[in-house]
Design a protein around this ligand. Sequence first.
Ligand SMILES: NC(=O)c1ccc[n+]([C@@H]2O[C@H](COP(=O)([O-])OP(=O)(O)OC[C@H]3O[C@@H](n4cnc5c(N)ncnc54)[C@H](OP(=O)(O)O)[C@@H]3O)[C@@H](O)[C@H]2O)c1
Length: 253
Amino acid sequence: MPAIESKQHPKIWSPITMTWKRAIIVGATSGIGEEIVRQLSAQGTQCAALGRREDRLDQLAREIPNLVVRTHDVLQTSTVPDLFAELCRELGGLDLIIYNAGLLTEPAEWEDDERMMEINLVGAIPWLRLAADRFEGVGAGTIVGIGSVAGDRARAGRPGYSASKAGLHAYLESLRNRLSRRGVVVSTIKPGPVDTEMTRHLSMNKMPVQTAVQILLKKARKPGEHYLSPVHAAVFTILRAIPSPIFRRLPLE
Ligand SMILES: NC(=O)c1ccc[n+]([C@@H]2O[C@H](COP(=O)([O-])OP(=O)(O)OC[C@H]3O[C@@H](n4cnc5c(N)ncnc54)[C@H](OP(=O)(O)O)[C@@H]3O)[C@@H](O)[C@H]2O)c1
């Protein structure tokens, strides 16, 4: 019998003690997503790893026994219902979904902003919504979205990225408000800079990806919005409270 998907003993289920048996990770071919697959698999979770780069997926599948892999472009939203159902069947159920796919690019043209909105936000919607409906039906499950501190305040230099992450935070909050009394955990992770391909060109202090994912997977068990470091929690709590007329005068790019 599946460990989590049971309506019979909802009170016994606890997000702190549970083991995720089966997980889908959307955007798992590099960086945070790839490390999530590695750490979850090491903990005994059977994962389905998705992304566009087939060579990366094949490499992961060679390293991790029983890993399910699928090439998927999150812009192809119409393919998600069939793929979601197929993966749930192949895994024998579902306990955890993590939407991690993301793009951070220089917003040279409006199309760059549009693309970030599509990958970081629009692409998440079918995955999160289908998981929410399924988990609500069984009264258990965990939904995780990888947002960003950039979604907390919209800085001048990154309108598309900030808006996409703020939108993702709001979408997840709505799911959390709907599902928190139904045994479903909805968790929003808001990393600061993490050392991955995405941030390779940026010179700033970055958290090692292994550390970031260790913290992320612990925090993901609790409903709510989570920073990966107490410093970010403190700084962004203050930044969020600054009134807009003052915020726009701050020397932030
Ligand atoms: N690194 C940071 O400092 C940082 C900070 C805050 C938030 N984040 C967020 O963390 C997440 C992971 O970022 P990362 O730093 O690990 O970057 P990354 O190494 O560039 O990973 C991005 C992942 O997203 C996938 N992806 C991008 N476009 C996709 C598409 N159209 N369809 C399917 N998958 C797609 C990529 O897979 P394919 O290219 O193979 O499709 C890859 O697996 C992102 O949501 C990012 O916004 C990162």
